[in-house]
Structure formats: structure tokens, C-alpha cells
Design a protein around this ligand. Structure first.
Ligand code: PGA
Length: 255
């Protein structure tokens, strides 16, 4: 049984006061929820203050991006060690906005994933097709290529979560249907099996992302290979994010 994993990608939202309010509300609403891993990925400058705000809870913190080099003349960037310094334990790598807005390539993402794991942190590696790629019937081929270019037997599967985020569903209000998402998730697991073998691939959590909301979370999370969600817009509203976490908790069999 894979522990459901709900992550909130805050993108470039929230100032310090708003961030503390959101975390305080989530502390309260998630206090009674068991059996779900919950990760908050705020803007990097909030990681230090929020480490204090989540202290004593099971809420985890992650960064949305990292530079692959350990240090150097990279204006505006931060390294894995800097993220680790804050107490954060995860980094999102390869989000479609990093790929499409900032031009990150599979080659660069390969270096980033390896740097994160070498630095002792865990990775959420994002993959997903654009609308023209889906309409051309290339979804699985695109996702397979994104996996093959970045993941390999020497990239520790135990440190890895994969997020399937169809680009056409991100921030658009359009969600992949549970069946559409499950089909791709199963394809991703098959690809991971080819790299890592069945046992390790079965243990990797695969999140769905793209307009996940309280109203569609339960149906998505009910699918056998959808192990969690990477949530954008809805994670900025405490009640919505809490409802998605509760939907995940309901998929956990009673002990
Ligand atoms: P969304 O974003 O939930 O707002 O569609 C998801 C993401 O970009 O990770």
C-alpha cells in the first residue's frame, strides 16, 4: 500500500503574513488526519519562516525548483544545500512552467534530479503532454521520453515521486478524467518497472496534477495508480486543500 501523498505547489503566491495564516489553518484542519503525507511547496524565501510554522506537525516543506550546481555565479538561483538548510525535504523538478516558461530541458532536469538526490532530498519529478501532443496521440510517447531522459537505475527510486501533469489541465479548470489519468499513470508505472523492476516501481508514488479540486479529488484518488495529487490553485485556499487531504485520507483502509 502506497501512502497517499498530497503536495501543494504555491507557485509565486503568498507573502509571509498570508503564508503563516494558511499554515495555521492547515495545522488545525490536518490535525486529525492520519495516513496521508502532506507537503507544502511555497516560494523559496518562505521556507525558513515556514519551517518554524510547521514544527511539531507532520506537514513537510519542499522547494519548487533548484539549481543543479552546488554553488557559483548563478544570479537568482538556489542550490540543493540551501534548500536543505531550511529544513525542507523535497524539491519539485520539471514542472511544466519550468519546462515551458523557463525553457528547462530534459538534459538539465536530469542534472537537477541527480543533484537533489545526491544532496539527500527527495524529488517530485513532473511529466506531462501538451494539448497538441495529446490530440496527436503522443501522450504516452512524450511521457516515456521525459522519464527515459531523466530517470535511470542509478537514480534512487526510493527518493522519487513522479507527478503526471497534463499541461492542458494546469490552471485551466480542465481536468483529465480519472480514466484518462489512470491510463497514463499505469503507463508510467510500466515504464518505471522497465527501469527499476516491479518491486521498486510499485513503491513509487505517482501524483496527478492539473486542476485538482475538492470536487474531483476523490474520483481521481480512487484510481489504482493515482497515489496522490500535486495541487496548484486549490492549495492556496486552506479549506480546499484540507478537503483534498481528507479525500486522500478516505482512500486509506481502516487499520
Ligand atoms: P493547478 O496547478 O492545480 O492550478 O492546475 C497544478 C500544478 O501546476 O502543479
Amino acid at each position: 500500500m502506497r501512502t497517499p501523498f498530497i503536495a501543494g505547489n504555491w507557485k509565486m503566491h503568498k507573502n509571509l503574513v498570508e503564508a503563516r495564516e494558511l499554515v495555521a489553518a492547515l495545522r488545525e484542519s490536518s490535525a486529525g488526519v492520519a495516513g496521508v503525507d502532506v507537503l507544502l511547496c511555497p516560494p523559496a524565501y518562505l521556507l525558513f519562516p515556514l519551517a518554524k510554522a510547521v514544527a511539531g506537525t507532520d506537514l513537510m516543506l519542499g522547494a519548487q525548483n533548484v539549481h543543479e550546481a552546488p554553488q557559483g555565479a548563478f544570479t537568482g538561483e538556489h542550490s540543493v544545500a540551501m534548500v536543505a538548510d531550511t529544513g525542507a525535504t523535497y524539491v519539485i523538478i520539471g514542472h511544466s512552467e519550468r519546462r515551458h516558461v523557463f525553457g528547462e530541458t530534459n538534459d538539465q532536469l536530469n542534472k537537477k534530479v541527480r543533484a537533489v538526490i545526491a544532496g539527500g532530498l527527495q524529488v517530485i519529478y513532473c511529466v506531462g503532454e501538451t494539448l497538441p501532443q495529446r490530440e496527436a496521440g503522443k501522450t504516452q510517447a512524450v511521457v516515456d521520453e521525459q522519464i527515459d531522459a531523466v530517470l535511470a537505475a542509478d537514480v534512487d527510486a526510493a527518493k522519487l515521486t513522479v507527478a503526471y501533469e497534463p499541461v492542458w489541465a494546469i490552471g485551466t479548470g480542465k481536468t483529465a478524467s480519472p480514466e484518462q489519468a489512470q491510463e497514463v499513470h499505469a503507463g508510467i508505472r510500466t515504464r518505471l518497472t522497465g527501469i527499476y523492476g516491479a518491486q521498486a516501481a510499485n513503491a513509487v508514488r505517482i501524483q496527478y496534477g492539473g486542476s485538482v479540486k475538492p470536487g474531483n479529488a476523490a474520483a481521481l484518488l480512487a484510481e489504482p495508480d493515482i497515489d496522490g495529487a500535486l495541487v496548484g490553485g486549490a492549495c492556496l485556499v486552506a479549506g480546499d486543500f484540507a478537503a483534498i487531504i481528507s479525500a486522500a485520507a478516505e482512500t486509506v483502509p481502516a487499520a
